[in-house]
Design a protein around this ligand. Structure first.
Ligand SMILES: [Zn+2]
Length: 101
């Protein structure tokens, strides 16, 4: 007996704040682009991650202000290492099994 494919309910994305991706714009594009496809009506859930940098002089992480201040606030050392904020990935896909409704 063949098992019917699971129904996709939601796609969970992780979008870093330092990717230049606007969640609202992505949401809109997803809706438009999936119309009439197998992803039509699927919910797009976006989790934003903050920009986190690491300063090797302070040996600490800090939160730069996007568009204003990227250097370390203590020593004004330019941002060199990014620990978070550049992700753009599918975190997980939520499915509903066909026989649980
Ligand atoms: Zn520092």
């Amino acid at each position: 007996m063949q098992v019917p494919p699971p129904t996709i309910e939601a796609v969970h994305l992780v979008v870093g704040q330092f990717t230049c991706v606007e969640p609202a714009g992505l949401q809109f594009a997803f809706e438009v682009q999936t119309r009439g496809t197998f992803l039509d009506g699927v919910r797009l859930a976006i989790a934003e991650t903050p920009l986190i940098a690491y300063c090797d002089r302070c040996k600490a992480e800090y939160l730069p202000t996007i568009g204003e201040q990227y250097a370390c606030p203590t020593y004004k050392k330019p941002m060199e290492e990014i620990r978070s904020g550049r992700e753009l990935k599918v975190d997980r896909i939520e499915c509903r099994s066909p026989n649980s409704s």
